[in-house]
Every structure is written in C-alpha cells, then in structure tokens.
Design a protein around this ligand. Structure first.
Ligand code: G6P
Ligand code: ZN
Length: 565
C-alpha cells in the first residue's frame, strides 16, 4: 500500500527538532465555505473537499471563534491516523498558538483514539480538544476526513456550540496562524513552540491506566492463562496500539490476539466499521470450530465495538442490556448504576434491565453528544446505541475497547460462554429481535421526499392495519433534555404496533455522499421457546410493513438495503 510506508514508523521516535520560542502571528484573509455544518459527529467531508484552500483553517478558526475564555488554557489534539491527520494537526497546533492557547497536548504520531482523547481532556482539565476523524468511514486521498470539537467535559460539543461554529463558518473573513514550522509529532516530551507549550504524549498510557482502574485485570489475565482465546480486530485503525499494549502486554493474551493493529492512513483499503459486513472475516473465524472463543472489533477512531462469541453475535442493543445487567461484576461499577441511557432507535432490551434494577432509563436522539448532560448530572452511568456504540461515565465518548474489556471482565467472572450468558439473559428478560436496514447513497431529494411524505402521513397512521399488525401510535421523535431543558425535534419517525413491535425511519447524520436511509426493526419475544429464530425471519412482517408504510422501493428505487446489521 502506497501510504503504508509513510506510516510504518508512525509511532517510532525520531530526534526532536529545534523549536523557536517566538513566532510571527499571521492573519490570513479567507472566504467562507457554505458547507461546514457539523453533523451527528463533527464536520465530515471527502479529503479533496478538506484539501481546498483554507478549508480546514476556516473550520478550525470558526471553532475557536465560537469559544470563550481559552486564553492560556490547554487544547488536546489527536486523530485516528487517517490520511491528512498529520497535516491538519500541524495547522491546528499553529492556529492554537496564534489564537492564544497556552498549551496543546498531542498524541504521539498524531494518534489519539476518540475515547482516549476524551480521557486526556478530562484528566488534565483541558479547555477542550480537536479530534480528527471520520470514525468508521474509509480513509485515503479520495475518502473521508473529519474534525470534531470536544468540550471540557471530554464530550462532543453540544448543538449550541456546533450551531455557532456553522454560523461563524458562513461569515469568516480571516484566520490566525503562527509561523512555527512543522512540529515533530513523534518525540514524546514538552517543547516551547512560539510561546506555547506543545506536549507530545504517549497516546496509550493514560487510557490503559483508566481501563486498569475499572476492570478486574487479574481475573482477565487468569482467564487468558487458562487457555481462553480471543481475536481483536483493530481494522488497521487507531485501537491497534491500545489493543496490543492492553491485551497482549498487560493482560498476557497470546501474541496474535491483536490483529490488524498497525494504524494505516487508508485502513489498508478497508472500511473500518466493526459490523457483520466489514468485520465478516473476524466473525467467520470466531464461528469456525477451530477459531477463538471470543472476537471483538473496533472502528476507525476506536469508539465503536463489535462483540462476537462462539455461536453468538451480540447485537449492540443486547450488549448494552447485558453490560448493564452484569455491571457490578466489574470493580469500577460494583456500587451499581445510577441509570441507563440509549438512543431512540436502540432496542428496548436495556429498558427491561433498568426496570428490574429500579433505576432511571433515558431515551435520547441518535448521537453520543445527547448523553453528555445525563452523564454529567450523574443520572446515567452506562449508555449505548444500536450503531455499535457503548460506553459509560468514565469518559464522554463511546468507547470500543472499554466494551471489549467489560465483556472480558464478565466472561472471566461468570466463567461461562458468551452464548450461554446471552441466552440466559433472554430467558430472564425476553429477547428483543432487532435489525437495521441501510439504504446508502440514495439521492438526497428522494430520501427527503420519503421522510416528508411519511411525516405528513403520521396523523393517519394510528389504527391502520399493515401486514396483519395494527399501528398503535406514530410520531416524529422529539427529545426534551431533562437537564438543560433544550428540545431537539425531528429525530426520527417511530411507528409503534400493538404488542410492542416497532419500525423507526431516519436519515443518517454521518454520511458524506447523498443520503442514507436507516430503517430499524424491533420485536419483543418473551417466550424462550421462540427465541432462536433467524433474525430477518423473525422480523419479516415488520420489514414488509415498513415498505408499505414508507414506500421505500417507490421513493428510492432500491429493491434491497445496501447493508443489513
Ligand atoms: C456516530 C455517532 C453516533 C451515532 C452514529 C450513527 O458514530 O457518534 O452517536 O449513533 O454515528 O449516526 P447516523 O446519524 O449515521 O445514524
Ligand atoms: Zn467512531
């Protein structure tokens, strides 16, 4: 691979270069771009878009212009190592210096997983951070890049700030940058760069310490020693160095447990999204008779996770419920949970656990940022989304390796297989059959027309019979944040059937070309004897009903979804 060479010494240490203690601050005239609206998770665009003159600079300056009181404070900077990572980090450092930050903390080699960045911001009480990533989207010269701003609690900026960033980006006329030359990102240490401190930090150390404080590393180590075999697929993305150090280094898992652990700028040409499509090889491996007992994968920037046991793929919705139900087995959660939060399209499996535990359950719109207030207020301890995201109040992002380590902790404590644990859970709580169908790269106006038509039909839906099922209620989900009172409207259309089944329709907020229609299906099955039906089969009626209700084929021209998870 062309870019592999460039990154083979990504984490190698080179001699530090001389850095100047004074720098000229340049004010550069610029013109606004009209497309810098942050989406579900920051600004994401194709690399050639980011390569336009001043494109990244405009956005970074718009971020700084939206913030108050950072003079002399610390900014954390790091990314998932994808194409453009280093270049944009250099710009961000020079602009932070020019705009008056006192210090930047940058992951060595420009590397910081999203949850690790969140931890660094919190642990060192930074003002905020810039996380450079397009998450699970492919990387490379013609693929995706992204910039996200996180606030002082370590979480993604709330809408108030992202709205301000967008407003600023539409009127920006100049940006400030210090003439400091390229900073050596590969040498750990503190340097004075143009009057600002640049601290290059080990990207793994603080994160590994945090994990060690939450989970029973001794029990997990003993399990590996006893012959337990695992495969962790980092998908040539950012968790590679973390997985290698924590699993093979600290926990003594055999060499080879960490797979695809070299972060590559193009992720080896793959799609770094841990699901049944893109992590199929890992899945097949675990399912094979001779394969490992347990498999896990994480995405481009390390915040997503996939969990597979022998004979059992664990849906993210179930994973949230199971982690919550078993939380007290992990030392960091032994005092119990304050509450659980899930995004609206995530299945209600966790709701049953919350009910049993007698704790709060919160339903938020899609997007991790909506959990921030609940976590800060101590109302929720564990959060999760159907989109392969799980996490807790230890940081303010979802956390891929955290979920993997939580599962390892549960397996080590219960000394049972994933399959046995999941089936016992269904028996006790019932099973929420669940699947998501994605229609990717649909023309935007067609996708919008579908949603519009659906929205207009909402008042007529209740009472209607579809595929033998009666619609009980239908609405466009709006979230009333119980902490700050803010309201977020139009967060997805829900169609609820009598008996508790439902279909949800929404457009993705993270795509970079065209629109992605997501359709989520859920059916509750309390009867243990009926809990082993193949998922698509168990949901077949709902799948047909969805097309009947929304006219998916008619509007999109697609006969089948692009991805089924
Ligand atoms: C990112 C966000 C998640 C969100 C997911 C899917 O990973 O961090 O919070 O659930 O994208 O978002 P989408 O809008 O594409 O469905
Ligand atoms: Zn991600």
């Amino acid at each position: 691979k062309k870019y592999a060479d460039l990154y083979s010494n990504l984490l190698a240490r080179k001699p530090g270069q001389q850095m100047s203690t004074q720098a000229t601050i340049k004010t550069v005239q610029t013109k606004p771009y009209d497309d810098q609206k942050p989406g579900t998770s920051g600004l994401r665009k194709k690399v050639p878009v980011f390569e336009q003159p001043n494109y990244a600079e405009n956005f970074i300056q718009s971020v700084f212009n939206s913030l108050d009181g950072f003079e002399g404070k610390t900014l954390v900077i790091g990314g998932d190592g994808r194409y453009l990572n280093r270049e944009v980090i250099q710009k961000a450092i020079a602009m932070a210096a020019a705009n008056g930050f006192g210090k930047v903390m940058v992951g060595q080699g420009g590397i910081l997983s999203t949850p690790a960045a969140s931890n660094i911001i919190r642990k060192y009480k930074a003002f905020g951070g810039l996380v450079l990533s397009a998450s699970h989207n492919p990387g490379g010269p013609h693929e995706d890049f992204g910039i996200k701003y996180n606030i002082g609690n370590g979480g993604p900026a709330p809408e108030k700030i992202t709205d301000a960033i967008f407003a600023n980006s539409k009127t920006i006329s100049e940006y400030k940058i210090a003439e400091i030359g390229a900073v050596d990102l590969d040498v750990v240490g503190s340097f004075n760069v143009g009057g600002m401190v640049v601290e290059i930090i080990d990207p793994v150390k603080d994160y590994a310490e945090l994990m060690n404080s939450l989970f029973d590393f001794d029990a997990i180590r003993a399990m590996f020693k006893g012959g337990f075999r695992m495969a962790m697929d980092s998908m040539h993305a950012v968790t590679g160095p973390y997985a290698k150090e924590i699993l093979e280094g600290m926990l003594g898992a055999p060499k080879g447990t960490a797979r695809n652990f070299h972060p590559l700028p193009d992720f080896g040409g793959h799609h770094p999204d841990p699901n049944l499509v893109h992590a199929k090889k890992l899945y097949d491996d675990v399912m094979s008779a001779k394969g490992p007992d347990f498999g896990a994968a994480s995405d481009g920037d390390g915040d997503r996770n996939m969990i597979v046991g022998k004979g059992m793929f664990v849906t993210p919705s179930d994973s949230l419920a199971l982690i919550a139900a078993n939380a007290t087995l992990a030392p960091g959660y032994k005092r119990g949970l304050a509450g659980i939060a899930r995004s609206m399209p995530t299945s209600a499996a966790a709701d049953r656990v919350a009910e049993k535990l007698g704790i709060g359950m919160y339903e938020t719109p899609t997007g991790w940022k909506f959990f921030g207030n609940l976590l800060d207020a101590g109302m929720a301890t564990i959060c999760g989304e159907e989109s392969f995201g799980t996490g807790s109040d230890h940081v303010r992002e979802k956390d891929g390796l955290w979920a993997v380590l939580f599962w390892l902790n549960i397996l080590a404590a219960r000394k049972q297989s994933v399959k046995d644990i999941v089936e016992a859970h269904w028996k006790e709580y019932g099973r929420n059959y669940y699947s998501r169908h994605d229609y990717e790269e649909v023309e935007s106006d067609k996708a919008n027309a579908l949603i519009e038509a659906l929205r207009e039909s909402l008042p007529k839906l209740p009472g209607k019979k579809v595929q033998g099922m009666t619609i009980e209620a239908a609405d466009d989900f709006a979230y009333h944040d119980p902490v700050d009172g803010s309201v977020s409207k139009n967060q997805g259309i829900r169609v609820l059937f009598k008996g508790g089944s439902r279909v949800v329709f929404r457009l993705s907020g993270t795509g970079t070309s065209g629109a992605t229609l997501r359709v989520y299906f859920e059916r509750y099955e309390p009867d243990a004897k009926k809990q082993n039906v193949e998922t698509q089969k168990a949901l077949a009626d709902l799948i047909k009903a969805a097309d009947e209700i929304a006219g998916i084929v008619k509007f999109t021209g697609r006969k089948k979804p692009t991805v089924i998870t």
